[in-house]
Design a protein around this ligand. Sequence first.
Ligand SMILES: C[S@@+](CC[C@H](N)C(=O)[O-])C[C@H]1O[C@@H](n2cnc3c(N)ncnc32)[C@H](O)[C@@H]1O
Length: 484
Amino acid sequence: MHIRQNEFLGRKHIKLKEEDIAVCECKYDASNPESACGERCLNVLTSTECTPGYCPCGEHCMNQKFQKCEYAKTMLFQTQGRGWGLLADQNMKAGRFIIEYCGEVISSEKARQRSQTYETQGLKDAYIICLDANYFIDATKKGSVARFINHSCQPNCETRKWTVLGETRVGIFAKNDIAVGTELAYDYNFEWYGGATVRCLCGSTNCSLFLGAKSHGFQEYNHVWEDGDARYTVENVPLYDSAEDDSFPAPACSTIPVKHEPVSNYSALMENNSGSEIKLETASVMESSNYSVVSLQDLAGKPVATERNKEAEHGPENSRQVFPQTNPMIPRIRSNTACRNYGTGPSPSSSKKRPQHTTNQKKKPPAKKYVSSKPVAELFASKRVQEEIKKYEEVKNQVTSELNSLYDEIRPAIEEHERDSQDNVSTAVAEKWIEATCSKWKAEFDFHFSIIKNVMCPTPGTAGDEAKPPSGDGEENKIKYLTN
Ligand SMILES: C[S@@+](CC[C@H](N)C(=O)[O-])C[C@H]1O[C@@H](n2cnc3c(N)ncnc32)[C@H](O)[C@@H]1O
């Protein structure tokens, strides 16, 4: 559902006391529009919006952009491999307020629960961002169009937090000049709550390989993040195309036609927060093999994002460019990578095709393979060896599940602290975690060692080895059994 203002769950909107209202010292001068709360306004300098009725510039005040929804013109479009994205539908100057990231404001506890629920339900697109130490904005089911802005490791936008009528709000701002037709993108590392491990397809040369890889959420989730860690080599995480995420259709936009479909018959309805309908119509299909474009038009006829301002701010229409896509032939492989990945990695079947990933990553260590005991154990003739391998796998599974439960237990402790630093986690918690992790790695080692040991140093003539009776030529426990 389309909303243009945050909705609060579990608490009410702050009621600002009169004495807490920040009043600036600007004076409106008709010959200088900047005088009405421009760059030098005390409130602007502290990222605080002026309060209507209290600003000395009255109706001329230019510092109420969130409150008045002074958004830039944008347009939804279908990317390749990254689901929907948002384009600039006008030229934009660096620093321009583009749109507010609206959604449901929820507590950190609720965010954790919802994030897990969405994962369980198979939703791999993540829409929860951090508002402050205690609250998050969830735009999964209710949100503004800002929810469609994708991530880039070399972004042209950034998130900024503003205080508006006592509440913190998140806006998307242009980081540099943006030409009409360019895809908008910001770096998820700062505010993203994480979610599934998703390979980044931003295509920039300094790509971090995974969405929010440097975010606190990702590191919490994945426990360690080190360059060259085999678990996070790009091959280990299958490609996921968010456009194919059918568990939650994109709000109202799921019926927007995409490339190759006839555009004239389509329209979709989307509700805005005042209850009126916004009609989504296809206005044009861009002449590009990469994407198609839709635009928004109010039912009353008021353009929402259709009018393309060709001579706006700077640059002509033909300066349109899309986000660089260095993976033009991305195979659309669906796979649930949403599970916590503590080192077992995805099953081999989930990473069928491996596209070239052109990044500056270091030489990759060989991909880690998940070993399941059953088929391996069956290759051994000895029942004793089969039992041994199975036993070690059971231990391995048990300590892995203990580590998972411990993670759930300590997560609130981690969340109590600032999201940008893990250093504040208490020593007791850290020790518990390290111990469980060591047990897990020991179990992994024992499991693999039991296989290798029995291949390399077989024990002949053990009871229960009747499956492959010794032939008497001394070959009975050698590697040849493995070929059976
Ligand atoms: C906030 S949503 C962005 C809108 C989303 N593309 C959609 O169709 O609704 C974030 C999700 O978009 C996808 N996404 C965003 N940026 C991406 C990127 N650079 N590479 C791959 N997937 C990306 C991921 O699935 C991510 O969880």
